[in-house]
Ligand binder design. Structure first.
Ligand code: PLP
Ligand code: KYN
Length: 418
């Protein structure tokens, strides 16, 4: 056994979360793509079977009330709340992240304007995952605002009297950079504006502290580190003291104070329910509820500590195994600036990733040249990390022996990038 294999064995032996892996359906693949689609928790198939056969098949309409379907969005929101540092009553589950970005951002502009009508700018993370940028553009057009894309580090300097709302990513999907949520939130507030945080790449991976840091609104998906399944519903956080003034741009009947009153006039419900829109997607939602059971007894600080240990160890193994100039790490080394992934730039990343996947090391490729490896502390171990780095080094060496990078597998176009 090599020194790093021995080290991996020792780290796995001391891992307080090691037994969690058995709560997931995994084979001998090294799965480092939980930042795109989390693995399947063992409890989910049985629960989905019950929801479909018994709750839907036998109880039918009674399940909306007796089976707790109607209140699932708030109930499951309260299960997610402690994972993102929120007290109960502020998180609701439903719709996609994209839809919740829209609700939150338009809601944030309306909140800012209720105090100062002169605010007419939306600042958006210039490096954002595309959907947030597209939706911010539409939100700006709808609200008569100007859209200002700004790199997160330059956001404080860009804020002013005209800023209505700021949309930021907690962790950059491509580089894995963790942005400073407390200080950026404080800067936005000092300028009199409202902030919306996209937590897709931090929820379930690291402490967020929404209440502690006074965040206004936040959204996140549940299919990455929360393992809710493909397309599982997203969540929306509206801070308690803002809920009465939160004016959703999608005021569907599910957010009405009295949905079954079927009244002509809209009267928004109190609390997190105000963030709902239409009928919840119960099958996905209850699959997510089952998936969240793996968090019972798990502390996010423990998850964060293991996440940093995993990414540290991956960087150590890559440095030891991979020739220096072959890859460039674009994920910050500083723990305070690192999410739960490592992104390596490499000239023919698409082809390299294809080869890694063929050898049982599953990460993903992000346009134009990034190998992305996500580390989900609940089911990734240190031996996985060592193996991934070793296979990466072997594939890069094999490629060099073949005469270097081949042609760009995507022909230089972005169509295959996700
Ligand atoms: C930061 C971020 N926001 C939003 C999304 C996607 O939103 P949706 O769940 O609506 O597809 C993703 C990933 O898909 C993401 O990484
Ligand atoms: N929802 C998906 C559906 C299909 C394929 C990927 C995704 C992702 O979530 C991508 C992810 N947001 C990313 O950070 O690249």
């Amino acid at each position: 056994m090599s020194e790093l294999e021995l080290k991996a064995e020792k780290l796995d032996g001391a891992d307080a979360l090691a037994s969690k892996r058995d709560e997931f359906v995994l084979d001998d693949v090294v799965y480092l793509d939980g930042n795109s689609l989390g693995a399947l928790p063992v409890s989910v198939p049985g629960r989905v079977e019950d929801v479909v056969r018994r709750q839907w098949g036998e109880l039918r309409i009674r399940s909306w009330t007796e089976g707790g379907w109607w209140t699932a969005p708030e109930r499951i929101g309260d299960r997610i709340a402690p994972l993102v540092g929120a007290a109960p009553g502020q998180v609701v589950v439903g719709d996609s992240t994209s839809v919740n970005v829209f609700k939150a951002l338009v809601g944030a502009v309306r909140l800012a304007r209720s105090a100062d009508t002169g605010r007419d700018e939306i600042v958006v993370d210039a490096t954002t995952f595309p959907t947030d940028g597209y939706i911010a553009g539409s939100a700006a057009r709808m609200t008569g605002c100007t859209l200002r894309p700004v790199p997160p580090s330059e956001v404080p300097a860009a804020l002013g009297d005209r800023t209505a709302a700021v949309l930021l990513n907690h962790v950059d999907y491509r580089t894995g950079r963790l942005h400073d949520l407390p200080s950026l939130t404080a800067a936005v507030h000092a300028a009199g504006a409202r902030v919306v945080w996209d937590l897709c790449h931090s929820a379930g991976a690291l402490p967020v502290g929404l209440d502690e840091h006074g965040v206004d609104l936040a959204v996140g998906c549940t299919y990455k580190y929360l393992n809710g399944g493909p397309g599982s519903p997203a969540f929306l956080y509206v801070r308690e003291d803002l809920q009465d003034r939160f004016d959703s741009p999608l005021p569907g009947w599910n957010s009405h104070a009295e949905p079954f009153g079927m009244r002509e006039e809209y009267e928004p419900a109190a609390g997190a329910v105000r963030g709902r829109v239409g009928t919840p997607d119960i099958l996905s939602m209850l699959a997510l509820e089952a998936a969240l059971e793996v968090w019972d007894g798990v502390c996010v600080d423990t998850v964060r500590a293991k996440s940093l240990a995993l990414t540290d160890f991956f960087l150590e193994c890559v440095e030891a195994y991979v020739p220096g100039d072959r890859v460039e790490c674009v994920t910050p080394r500083a723990h305070a600036e690192r999410g739960s992934q490592v992104a390596l730039r490499c000239p023919d990343a698409g082809e390299v990733m294809r080869r890694l996947i063929a050898r049982g090391v599953v990460g993903d490729f992000r346009h134009p040249d990034v190998l992305r490896f996500g580390f989900t502390p609940l089911y990734v171990g240190f031996a996985d990390v060592e193996r991934a780095a070793r296979v990466l080094a072997e594939e890069l060496a094999a490629e060099a022996a073949r005469g270097g990078p081949g042609p760009d597998p995507y022909g230089g176009a972005g169509s295959r990038a996700r």
